[in-house]
Design a protein around this ligand. Structure first.
Ligand code: NAP
Length: 511
């Protein structure tokens, strides 16, 4: 549903003018929409390329899709749900929750769905963002990117893959019309998505080849349905749900000590993972193939109770020889083996540090985000602002990612920061705010110093956490409550500002 705001002409073209444009209606964009509505800042629109809210939870409908963080924590603090059916909810239930929250807070009519943003350009003369989209042109004082890191599927560059004649699709674009029953299927990748897909389809397909480049570490998934008594307690016992949430949060936060500060401690997790591997994979040859060769935690730790049993089935093969070519109906590996298949599932992850969306956003000097990141790496200040991009905020920007706990917690920290920034801009009558480059640089030097001790850098793996410069530009290297503290208030002193006045006086950095 779209909502027309004030019409204005830029050149000959009518545009819709709003104070704030949010790109993306996933967990973060929706959260900001709700926050702005609650503040009475109703002059905003969410431009969403899909036909519904939910972002990654709307898009990832593959069989077996579920969250790796318990739902009582993986939900908004302002919209707890006593009805979660189990500890780790499945995709459909999470998507229903997100939709329910959007309806409850009455923000759906602020969304322009099926609206693909093709460019966003800062205009220095007017001090406005000019946004082009499949649904027309927009102009706004402030632009918020709530695009998220896991939205642009990364397709492997393998010889011949475009000439494959059977069913082929990415895990995040599952083709539900493709019936895999009784088919010979291959899946490329053994990350978080693949290890959920493999057990969900292994007993339906005639044969499944799992192409593994790097063996992942797996831990037990302590998942179960909630009992009726628990549901009643979540609903009616004051504080019970908050207490459960706090307990989950605290338990997960202890992992930061090993992941970010003392990687040697991660060996304790390795002991559990090795015992699980020994217990669940009885065949020594297969066990050797799927034994990881890096310190646990270096890549995201995965949880599953049914992946190892699935790959141990007679109709499943784990292939570790590199793929050299995909042909019309087969895959060829380095050892010369050609395996015939009817369908190919590409579970190869996402463009995280090289998102194509970075090419569509250009800042004060005309350079795009991708050109800026090419030079300095993907970096921001508090994951929210970037020098050269005035009046622009990021939700889920650089170095706010996590592997161990709820991203919704980080999102809500960012909502505090961005909402306070917008309130500050209004209160002081500011025309522009742009983070100071020296502040941003200093912040990132400190981040990389902290990250240099982490398992993500020292664990002996290659992962999508690292950018092409070898820096970890995706993860937050400390306790998440530290990030909450850091983002509690908008720190105007870190910003260059100009004031809205007839003279447009540059007031410089506030102290
Ligand atoms: P991913 O973790 O990036 O895994 C991609 C897999 O594809 C890896 O095994 C990778 O091997 C392999 N791969 C990539 N390019 C390849 C190539 N050219 N040839 C052969 N193999 C290739 O992607 P994902 O599984 O979609 O997960 C992405 C993220 O989404 C996760 O880390 C997580 O944050 C999130 N997620 C969460 C859940 C959950 O909560 N349950 C579920 C799914 C996804 P290498 O390891 O060698 O690179």
């Amino acid at each position: 549903m779209s909502r027309k705001v004030t019409d204005k002409a830029v050149g000959d073209r009518p545009v819709r003018r709003v104070k704030t444009i949010i790109i993306g209606g996933g967990f973060s964009g929706l959260g900001l929409a709700i926050r702005l509505s609650q503040q009475g800042r109703n002059d905003y629109l969410v431009l969403e390329r899909g036909n519904d809210v939910g972002g990654t939870w709307r898009d990832n409908t593959y069989p077996g899709a579920a969250c790796d963080v318990p739902s009582h924590l993986y939900s908004y603090s302002f919209a707890l749900n006593p009805d979660w059916s189990r500890s780790f909810s499945r995709q459909g239930e999470i998507q229903q929750y997100i939709k329910g929250v959007a309806e409850k807070y009455r923000v759906l009519d602020k969304h322009v769905f099926n609206c693909d943003v093709t460019s966003a350009r800062w205009n220095n003369d007017t001090a406005e963002w000019e946004v082009e989209s499949s649904e027309g042109s927009f102009v706004a004082d402030t632009l918020v990117s709530a695009i998220g890191a896991l939205c642009e599927p990364a397709l492997p560059d393998i010889k011949g893959i475009n000439d494959f004649e059977g069913e082929i699709f990415h895990s995040a674009r599952w083709n539900h019309d493709a019936d895999l029953t009784g088919k010979r299927v291959a899946i490329i990748g053994t990350g978080a998505s693949s290890i959920q897909i493999v057990p969900a389809i292994a007993d339906k397909v005639a044969h499944l080849d799992v192409y593994q480049r790097t063996a992942p570490w797996l831990l037990p998934r302590i998942d179960r349905p909630y009992t009726k008594a628990e549901h009643l307690a979540f609903k009616y016992v004051p504080g019970f749900q908050r207490l459960s949430r706090a307990a989950i949060y605290a338990a997960r936060e202890t992992q930061v000590v090993g992941l970010a500060k003392f990687p040697a401690l991660m060996q304790a997790f390795e002991l559990i993972a090795r015992a699980k591997l020994r217990h669940e994979v009885r065949d020594p040859e297969l066990r050797a193939k799927v034994t990881p060769n890096f310190r646990i935690g270096c890549k995201r730790m995965l949880i599953s109770n049914n992946y190892y049993p699935a790959i141990s089935r007679d109709n499943v093969d784990v292939v570790t020889d590199g793929i050299t070519e995909v042909r019309a109906s087969s895959i060829v590996t380095e050892d010369g083996t050609e395996r015939e298949i009817d369908a190919l599932i590409v579970a190869t992850g996402f463009h995280v540090t090289d998102s194509p969306t970075y090419e569509t956003i250009s800042g004060r000097d005309g350079r795009t985000l991708s050109e800026v990141f090419d030079e300095i790496g993907q970096q921001a200040y508090k994951g929210a602002t970037i020098a050269n991009f005035p009046n622009m905020f990021f939700l889920l920007g650089p170095n706010v990612g996590l592997g161990h706990t709820s991203m919704v917690y980080m999102i809500e920290s960012q909502l505090n920061y961005v909402a306070d920034a917008l309130a500050t801009v209004d209160r002081l009558g500011l025309k522009t705010v742009e983070v100071r480059r020296d502040v941003q640089d200093e912040y990132n030097v400190d981040l990389q110093r902290k990250l240099s001790k982490s398992v993500w850098i020292n664990g002996g793996c290659a992962s999508w956490y690292l950018d092409k410069h070898g820096n970890n530009t995706t993860l937050w290297p400390d306790f998440t409550f530290e990030f909450r503290r850091l983002t509690k208030n908008f720190d105007l002193s870190a910003y260059e500002t100009t004031k809205t006045s007839r003279a447009d006086v540059k007031v410089g950095a506030h102290q």
